[in-house]
Design a protein around this ligand. Structure first.
Ligand code: NAD
Length: 422
């Protein structure tokens, strides 16, 4: 697999070429402002000390305080963290929120640790980086295998170290700990606004627009629920165990009701779509694999699971007219080129899943102002931001005759470059 930071820099160079970016600003944007490597000694349940390696990359704060999640994964590398911090700077700029880009990570297999060990690791991480963070400097958030509960105890550790409360030091907290209404489904909701805008551009009406969603976790399941509510036809969903296809459409809410009342789900499913693998294959409903779901002839394909699922191997088999990337990095750069050549319109991850960081920004804003907004307020503000961002990216795509991923990078780099003082 190619180096993620080199890939990120290729994207920067492409956008820089299109807008003839000042060479000095280009030079500045090629490096993170600061990357720290830390060692976190953790007392394990058996009394031994184990030392975990961790990182925090603060890429750029031209538009506002550094912002980005903390990832717990055995595969974390310094180059991955640097790339993710660059993409955070781009994502915040695409949706035009006053935040910069950062990311953190710890090399750990979290499933092998007890709850107590995870708590000591999380407090240890903050003990090593607390001088660099704060609601006026750098605001972390959850990422892969870090949760709202972990955010609450990181906030607690930080406040103990600095000696005062600072709820805006971290976002993605539980609501009772200063979290925002709507955060739990904000990524999906932001993606739904993109689907709506895309459908308008393609002149599609929701009832006739067919959608396949790969991944039925936080992002994918909320997306299915909200899109179904708006009348879109969800014809396929899947999770790690497999998928289901129903040409008449799948109703996630109905499935939940049937399941709650103890009935048989038939071809429906809740939480995990593996409930449906024993379905009868007669009738319109059938089980499908995770490879098949990507290759369905639908109007919109929504990858909402893993990175690198659309590759040079399957890109030519993609029949969807459009792709809305709810997952981060589901399309490899090589696959991207093939899809663009084949005329598939891709709403890129830096726009399609930016609803999550946008509501994180709202959480920080509420915390620093001492406010608590209603869900309705949050959603109204989110809708405006996502629709404006979609329009900006679309008009840049038309202006330069480029794909939406490149136009999202152009939009972001232009916004950051305008504010850099040299
Ligand atoms: P999650 O862990 O809640 O759900 C992941 C889903 O993917 C699960 O249903 C799982 O069964 C499924 N899955 C795992 N392996 C699979 C496979 N091989 N094939 C098909 N499905 C598989 O994760 P999530 O929070 O929903 O995140 C999903 C994607 O969205 C990730 O790329 C994440 O980075 C991105 N994202 C999420 C958020 C958020 O707020 N949750 C924000 C931005 C981006």
């Amino acid at each position: 697999m190619s180096n993620p930071f080199s890939n990120a820099m290729r994207q920067l160079d492409k956008a820089a070429d299109i807008i003839n970016l000042d060479k000095n600003i280009h030079e500045i944007l090629k490096s993170p402002d600061r990357v720290v490597s830390i060692s976190i000694p953790v007392k394990m349940d058996n009394g031994d000390i184990k030392v975990f390696a961790g990182f925090r990359s603060q890429y750029n704060n031209t538009l506002g305080v550094y912002k980005g999640g903390i990832r717990y994964h055995h595969g974390v590398t310094i180059d991955e963290v640097k790339a993710l911090s660059f993409w955070m700077a781009i994502k915040c700029a695409v949706v035009n929120i006053p935040m910069g880009g950062a990311k953190g990570g710890v090399i750990v297999s979290p499933k092998e640790l007890s709850e107590g060990e995870i708590e000591r690791l999380s407090r240890g991480y903050i003990q090593k980086i607390w001088r660099l963070i704060g609601s006026d400097k750098d605001v972390p958030a959850p990422d892969v295998y870090t949760t709202p509960q972990i955010m609450a105890l990181m906030r607690d550790e930080y406040e103990k170290l600095v000696g005062h409360t600072d709820p805006g030091v971290i976002t993605g907290k539980p609501i009772e700990n200063g979290g925002s209404e709507g955060r739990s489904f904000s990524t999906a909701q932001g993606g739904v606004y993109c689907v709506d805008e895309l459908a308008k551009k393609m002149n599609w009406v929701s009832e006739n627009t067919t959608i396949a969603i790969q991944g039925y976790g936080n992002a994918g399941s909320h997306m299915a629920r909200i899109l179904h509510g708006l009348g879109y036809k969800i014809v396929a969903i899947s999770d790690s165990k497999g998928g289901v296809y129903n040409e008449d459409g799948i109703d996630p809410a109905k499935a939940e009701q049937i399941k709650k009342s103890g009935g048989r789900l038939g071809c429906y499913c809740v939480g995990t779509v593996c409930d449906i693998v024993d379905i009868s294959t007669d009738g319109p409903c059938r089980a499908i694999s995770n490879d098949e779901i990507l290759e369905l002839d639908v109007d919109i394909l929504i990858p909402a699971a893993l990175e690198n699922v659309i590759t040079i191997e399957n890109a030519d088999k993609i029949k969807a007219k459009t792709i809305v990337e709810l997952a981060n990095g589901p399309t490899t750069p090589e696959a991207d080129e093939i899809l663009n050549k084949n005329g598939v319109v891709i709403v890129p991850d830096v726009l399609a899943n930016a609803g999550g960081v946008t509501v994180s920004y709202f959480e920080w804003d509420q915390n620093v102002k001492g406010e608590h907004w209603t869900e309705m307020e949050v959603l109204n503000k989110l809708e405006k931001i996502m629709k404006n961002a979609f329009d900006d990216v679309w008009s840049i795509k038309e202006k330069y005759n480029i794909d939406m991923r490149t136009s999202a990078f152009v939009s972001a780099v232009e916004r950051i470059a305008k504010k850099i003082k040299i």
